[in-house]
Design a protein around this ligand. Structure first.
Ligand code: 13P
Length: 334
């Protein structure tokens, strides 16, 4: 559980350029503790284009532990596995899609609409991942359109990724890139949706993704403070900046999660490679929990399957009786 006091003290003592929000909060902290609500940690595994088969996906899923009751655990499997994964989830673990369409329905071959995901009990959609931005050309406005379309579905939440490339980092552009991506990604999103937890932000420095280079906890904390400052500047209600959960992503491992989580503005992790190994992912989740008991298993969900529209006695094609009239040769010509 994260309390905002720590943010303020850390930011005030350690940060220079990015501490405007935290300093502003310092002055109001003493009068209100109710708004300093806990931010529940959220740990997510992004399986990306892995594993290669349904059987391997189900084996990975079977290795996952039930979620501890003091954290949210979420996995993003590839779309074709969603149906099976939803039926075999460990207790308390939630499911998200790695992307979705900004169209709601219609002639858009290959697209998947937010309403389709919501109707299957998919709870989250990952949007703005740097691989979607750089490899598939998604712009901030494309991402924003998807965010807004998802939020029209009352039961869908969004994990919005932001983060700078290595060139941008070295050019000193971290603050402005993260600020711009946050502002554009959230354009038109209401304060209420943010306060209600419908958007989680994931800070993923592109240079740390799949490289083994993890941002230090202090670097990640710094970027998360930039994001909170942006939220504070965008939304007059301080409840927004205080309540939005911000994950760190980029080469997170069981060995690094505790130090990351000890930072006041890091509320969880978005894990790529290490989420493909159930033991590693379980250890990362465990490292973010206080050791709370696992969520109790829910009663199995029964999926209503519509009755078949063909009679069960309908013969298969292989067994279809063939009606062949007896061939009667023509009478020989005289
Ligand atoms: P890695 O953990 O493999 O660096 O991937 C991070 C990521 O991109 C999660 O979305």
């Amino acid at each position: 559980m994260k309390l905002s006091f720590g943010n303020l003290l850390f930011a005030a003592s350690s940060l220079t350029a990015v501490n405007a929000f935290s300093i502003q909060r310092l002055s109001s902290v003493s009068t209100s503790t109710t708004s300093l609500d806990a931010r529940r940690p959220i740990l997510a595994g992004n399986w990306k284009l892995n594993p290669k088969s349904r059987d391997e996906a189900l084996a990975l899923l079977n290795g996952l532990s039930p979620s501890p009751s003091d954290v949210d655990v979420l996995i993003f499997p590839p779309l074709p596995y969603l149906g099976d994964v939803l039926k075999a989830l460990p207790a308390g673990v939630q499911v998200g899609a790695q992307t979705c369409s900004n169209y709601e329905e219609g002639a858009f071959t290959g697209e998947v609409a937010p309403s389709m995901l919501a109707s299957m009990n998919v709870g989250y959609v990952l949007l703005g991942h740097s691989e979607r931005r750089t490899l598939f050309g998604e712009t901030d406005s494309d991402i924003n359109a998807r965010v807004l379309t998802c939020l029209k579905e009352p039961n869908l939440k969004v994990v919005l990724c932001v983060g700078e490339t290595l060139d941008e980092y070295e050019a000193g552009l971290l603050n402005s890139i993260v600020d711009t991506q946050t502002r554009k990604g959230l354009s038109g999103v209401s304060a209420q949706d943010l306060i209600n937890g419908r958007v989680v932000i994931a800070y993923e420095p592109v240079w740390a993704i799949g490289t083994g280079l993890t941002a230090t906890p202090e670097q990640a904390q710094n970027a998360h403070t930039v994001i909170r400052n942006t939220l504070a500047a965008m939304y007059p209600s301080t409840a927004v900046a205080e309540s939005v959960r911000i994950q760190y992503g980029g080469s997170v491992k069981p060995e690094s999660i505790a130090d990351l989580m000890s930072q006041p503005d890091i509320d969880g992790a978005l894990v790529g490679g290490a989420s493909l190994d159930a033991a590693s992912f379980n250890a990362i989740v465990g490292g973010a929990s206080t050791g709370a008991a696992p969520v109790a298993a829910a009663a199995p969900v029964s999926y209503a399957v519509p009755a078949p529209t063909v009679p069960s006695s309908f013969p298969s094609y292989g067994g279809m009786p063939r009606v062949v009239e007896k061939y009667v040769p023509p009478a020989p010509r005289m």
